[in-house]
Design a protein. Structure first.
Length: 386
């Protein structure tokens, strides 16, 4: 639908097109988007009532709530552009933007990631200007006069002889044909939600304003409250609690690594505590989760060398799978073979395996059955030896 004149803004300069309705008595055209085509603003949508023909007169009603949300984000984009140049340097220039009702996105030239401290400073500068409630002043003048007055023009953008200049106090002066707030205070609040790289030498910032910013803040506050609840502390002490838990976790990981090393190498008391004697043979059955197949095989060999007259069964759970290894010292092969020993254990954990008389390996998938399977090994050995 094309009208002789329209209040609907067509997508331009990063600001998306307006939505709303075109109506007359018994006729309704719902506008889903507005785009430029030459000098015309084209309304895309659906006829929901009646029939329309060239020459009809229609009342054009823009979705005002959506338009207002876009206004807040567009004016905030100008404030952020100025803040970026103040914090990062005059080399910053706009490389792309999106101004939508729910967010703004701004791409700009910069050679490195923006630090958390710089982002906080940019955010503070914008919110300072919002609290000043500076009037948004628009003027129409020639392009040369606009540039002479200090207005910024976007590189690569095409401008006519007459341009529109948006001035936000002394903080920001840019050429812009988009829709904006009457005063910076209308924005309410500005919150940066993301910063990252999109191309070599180009960074991107995403942000929200007004109700969108408050919704974002409320959602993150709820996440903090939920986290504090899980940690059984207050939101104010949540960071300290997490730091404490991370420190404890690191210490436990060190202790676990030491214990695994002792178990694998046969040093320390870990293995000695698990050794029992059955019919004159030392029997060692132990579980060492997270150990790979080669390390477990080496552990079996070391245990056999240390105990001399022994039967050894080791198990490990890694990535949801059960690994088993069994060893029998050569002086006991005539009484029990490693393959015969490991087979019933493997069957209980849903697997199978085999090997030499002095060494055998197996695998399985039933992790929950592992402890019971290992607990049954001494009785099985005692039965075989009797």
């Amino acid at each position: 639908m094309v009208l002789a004149s329209t209040p609907f803004y067509a997508e331009s300069g990063g600001q998306i097109g307006d939505q709303g309705i075109l109506v007359d008595d018994g006729k309704l055209f719902r506008v889903d988007d507005t785009q430029k085509s030459g000098d015309a603003n084209v309304h895309f949508g659906t006829v929901e009532q009646g029939a329309l023909k060239v020459g009809d007169a229609l009342e054009a009603i823009v979705d005002e709530e959506r338009r207002q949300a876009i206004r807040l984000n567009h004016t905030a984009t100008h404030l952020m552009h100025a803040a970026l140049r103040k914090v990062l340097g005059d080399h910053v220039s706009q490389k792309g933007s999106l101004v939508a009702p729910d967010r703004l996105r701004f791409d700009f030239s910069h050679y490195e990631p923006v630090t958390a401290e710089q982002l906080a400073e940019i955010e503070d500068l914008v919110n300072d200007e919002i609290r000043k409630n500076t009037p948004a002043q628009t003027d129409h003048m020639t392009y040369d006069d606009a540039i002479a007055s200090g207005a910024m023009a976007l590189f690569g953008e095409k401008y006519g002889d007459k341009v529109r200049v948006l001035r936000l106090g002394d903080f920001s002066v840019e050429l812009c044909g988009g829709t904006h707030v009457d005063r910076t205070g209308d924005i309410g609040v500005f919150k940066i939600t993301h910063e990252g790289g999109v191309a070599s030498g180009v960074r991107r910032i995403e942000a929200v304003t007004g109700k969108g910013a408050m919704d974002w803040i409320d959602a993150n506050q709820q996440k903090l409250d939920d986290l504090a609840g899980m940690l059984r502390t207050t939101p104010e002490d949540a960071v300290a609690k997490v730091e404490q838990l991370l420190k404890q976790n690191k210490e436990l990981e060190k202790k676990l690594a030491t214990a695994k090393h002792a178990l694998i190498t046969g040093t320390g008391s870990a293995q000695d505590d698990n050794v029992r004697e059955i019919a004159g043979i030392k029997v060692l059955v132990s579980r060492m989760d997270g150990v790979d197949a080669k390390s477990m095989r080496d552990a079996v060999d070391r245990a056999k060398d240390k105990l001399q007259n022994a039967i050894v069964v080791f198990a490990s759970v890694d990535d949801g799978k059960v690994r088993l290894a069994a060893g029998v010292t050569k002086n006991n092969i005539g009484r029990i073979k490693a393959g015969d020993l490991i087979r019933p254990v493997a069957e209980q954990v849903g697997g199978k395996g085999g090997g030499r008389p002095d060494f055998a390996q197996a695998g399985g998938s039933d992790v929950e059955a592992l402890d019971a399977a290992l607990a049954a090994v001494p009785d099985w050995i005692a039965e075989q030896l009797s």
